[in-house]
Design a binder for this molecule. Structure first.
Ligand SMILES: *Cc1c(COP(=O)(O)O)cnc(C)c1O
Length: 492
């Protein structure tokens, strides 16, 4: 039996994964702005090194660069404002709170001139605790309860994004009963979807969200669900119809899908304004802007996307002869995702030897017993602090964070400590061969949909989140304790 070298590209690795020229290097698009290695080789963020963070807060830990969050938020606001200045006087940027939400982040969002998107009563409770003005908050959701709608009305939200005809009737009735008008946007499904790194356009919508614009599945009067909702909203005394909304998906790199959705919604908006003699002053184009999770992801700067979207809005409004509505967007991941890495401590290591997959260039037929090593690197968290690999097959990357290493690259799989073989944090990454128990690993790009989706599976305590800035770190969400884990258990 022959044993293949483990310093070259492994046939077990996916095609997209290159052996890094320098394992200690940080691929810049994946990391927060202040992350660098210090003179001793340890990763530092905002001037704090990872060993100090581990000693102060323990691991696993979400480590967020506050200045980076603020600058990404500002970049969206400034570049969209600039691109749309002559079209509609600027853009309202709603940070999508579901990606990561706590009171500190709401305050940063407000201080940077953004607004806040929420999708539940609990998220509204965070907004209320942070003290953000209700008029700067939006509420989403396909199944809002009466209590959530009333809470939105109590907080005088700037917009409730209505998802269905059912809900339109309920929101209208609840507002009317209070002698008020709810400020409503209608969420439409324009038939444009993010599909991996491309978009697809379809006439039909087979999903739970939104009002369909398709005209071949209509009511008796021949109206699409979207048009029925416009007509009903315009006529309802409990509703002030602000305009239309869409959200075409997530982790989208190219602006074409956003531009196509904008064009479809503008055409519909113009037709509805004319037919029903109404004005809809607002158009929300949702979120979904992609970030770099691995070196092959190539996100566009916010300014490029803004320019492409502005060009379509400008030309479509000119062609239709309408005043452009005020545009809003809802980025979540693209603001918070890259601000944060998860810091883990390495524990158990094991290496397995695996036949190369057929057609990989290795010997895939098992014929002459050439096998290749895959090393499993276990860390002290896992699917409870990052469910995205399990949920979406999401790819991540990782580096040795507590030191540099001159050892050879070895194809590795970073796994958690849960009782599931699918408990994978980073499916494929080259790490130095000498990674050992006690080393710290950092997984970048974990600011969005990681803490937010975290669980207590296996009674693991959910990690805390620290914000680092100017050489000091503070908890913005503390980690759970064993007492937290036990305190809802009623005891026999
Ligand atoms: C999830 C969501 C967003 C944010 O998506 P990102 O991919 O994080 O930018 C915005 N709007 C709506 C309606 C959403 O559901």
């Amino acid at each position: 039996m022959s044993v293949a070298s483990n310093t070259a590209a492994s046939p077990l690795a996916p095609d997209w994964l290159q052996v890094p020229a320098d394992l200690n290097a940080l691929h810049e698009p994946m990391w927060a702005g202040s992350v660098v290695r210090n003179g001793a080789g340890a990763l530092t963020v905002g001037g704090m090194d990872v060993q100090a963070l581990k000693e102060q807060f323990g691991t696993p830990l979400f480590v967020m660069d506050e200045a980076d969050f603020r600058s990404r938020a500002r970049a969206f606001k400034d570049s969209f404002d600039a691109a749309f200045a002559d079209i509609c006087g600027g853009v309202d940027v709603y940070y999508a709170g579901k990606s990561f939400l706590c009171t500190a982040v709401v305050k940063w969002v407000e201080e940077e001139g953004l607004r806040l998107d929420t999708a539940s009563g609990g998220e509204l409770a965070v907004a209320a605790r942070a003290g953000i003005a209700g008029e700067r908050v939006a509420l989403h959701g396909n199944n809002k309860s009466d209590a959530e709608i009333n809470r939105a009305l109590d907080m005088k939200l700037g917009r409730i994004v209505v998802d269905s005809l059912d809900e339109l009737v309920r929101v209208g009735a609840l507002a009317q009963a209070r002698g008020e008008q709810a400020k409503v946007m209608l969420r439409l499904t324009p038939g444009v979807h993010a599909h991996t790194h491309e978009f697809i356009a379809t006439a039909h919508e087979d999903q739970k969200f939104g009002l369909s614009m398709a005209t071949d599945t209509t009511d008796e009067a021949g109206l699409s669900a979207a048009e029925e909702a416009v007509a009903a909203a315009a006529a309802h005394p409990g509703i002030e119809l602000l305009g239309l909304h869409c959200h075409i998906g997530s982790q989208i790199f190219e602006p074409d899908g956003f531009a196509l959705a904008a064009e479809k919604l503008l055409r519909f908006l113009a037709a509805m304004q004319e037919k029903y003699a109404i004005t809809m002053p607002e158009l929300d184009l949702g979120g979904g802007y992609g970030i770099a999770y691995t070196p092959v992801d190539t996100p566009r700067p916010a300014a490029d996307i803004a320019a492409a979207m502005a060009a379509v809005v400008r030309s479509t409004c000119a062609e239709l002869g309408i005043d452009a509505p005020r545009i809003s967007i809802e980025p979540g991941r693209a603001i918070v995702g890259s601000t944060t890495f998860t810091l883990y401590e390495v524990g158990t290591l094991k290496t397995v030897r695996v036949d190369a997959p057929a057609g990989s260039g290795g010997d895939g037929d098992g014929g002459n017993n050439v096998t290749y090593p895959r090393r499993y690197v276990s860390v002290d968290g896992g699917m409870s602090d990052n469910a995205r690999p399990v949920l979406y097959d999401a790819d991540y990357s990782a580096v040795l964070a507590s030191r540099t290493s001159a050892a050879a690259p070895q194809l590795s799989r970073v796994v958690g400590k849960h009782c599931e073989s699918g408990d994978i944090v980073v499916r494929d990454v080259y790490l130095p061969e000498d990674v050992a128990a006690g080393d710290l690993l950092a997984v970048p790009g974990t600011g969005a949909y990681c803490w937010a989706l975290s669980s207590n599976y296996n009674y693991l305590a959910r990690p805390g989140v620290v914000a680092v800035r100017d050489g000091s770190a503070r908890l913005i969400v503390r980690g759970e304790t064993e007492e937290d884990l036990l305190n809802r258990d009623m005891g026999a």
